[in-house]
Design a protein around this ligand. Structure first.
Ligand SMILES: Nc1ncnc2c1ncn2[C@@H]1O[C@H](COP(=O)(O)OP(=O)(O)OP(=O)(O)O)[C@@H](O)[C@H]1O
Ligand SMILES: [Mg+2]
Length: 157
């Protein structure tokens, strides 16, 4: 892992804007794993991500559906593994296969870490206060490192 930049967000909208910026940089095959407590802002971030990928509609929490699919400039697969208890179920979702033809974003990846692609960008969400969140970007693999580098440039410009 190279350096892991951290960005602060002071509102849900700011989190969406950061997600949107990241979304503009993504391409099929990219994998994002979103870690953090309940209500940390993961789904809020995915709403921005979808917008950045050119998807116009709304993105809902996937807690009950497990998997959503949004068609923008490229496909976005949005999975939430929170409710999965049986590791077998995670395997059946075949998330690694999905990630080939679209961008894959996974909330609660800890539920199925072993079946998720080893090369990914992990984003750690931390609640600082009621409205403030810290998002830490950890790149696993060269492609993720490139994305982080480009995002840092976008955010600072
Ligand atoms: N800076 C912020 N960024 C994101 N969300 C924020 C922020 N400040 C407050 N919030 C609020 O925190 C909540 C985040 O909810 P969200 O569904 O995005 O969390 P989550 O991490 O996906 O949770 P879960 O693990 O339950 O899926 C929302 O109610 C949102 O309005
Ligand atoms: Mg969520």
């Amino acid at each position: 892992m190279t350096s892991a930049p951290e960005f602060n967000s002071d509102s849900p909208d700011e989190t969406r804007v950061l997600g949107e910026r990241l979304g503009t940089l993504l391409q099929p095959g990219d994998v994002l794993l979103l870690s953090g407590e309940l209500g940390a802002g993961k789904t809020t971030f995915v709403q921005g991500l979808a917008r950045g990928l050119g998807f116009q509609g709304s993105v809902s929490s996937k807690s009950f559906v497990l998997l959503g699919e949004y068609a923008g400039r490229t496909k976005l697969y949005h999975a939430d593994l929170y409710r999965l208890e049986d590791p077998q179920e995670v395997q059946e979702l075949a998330l690694d296969e999905l990630s080939v033809d679209g961008v894959l974003v996974v909330e609660w990846p800890e539920r199925g870490e072993w079946v998720l692609p080893p090369e990914h960008l992990r984003i750690l969400f931390r609640g600082i206060s009621e409205e403030r969140r810290a998002l830490r970007f950890e790149a696993c693999g060269p492609r993720a490192a490139e994305i982080v580098q480009r995002l840092a440039v976008l955010v600072s410009s």
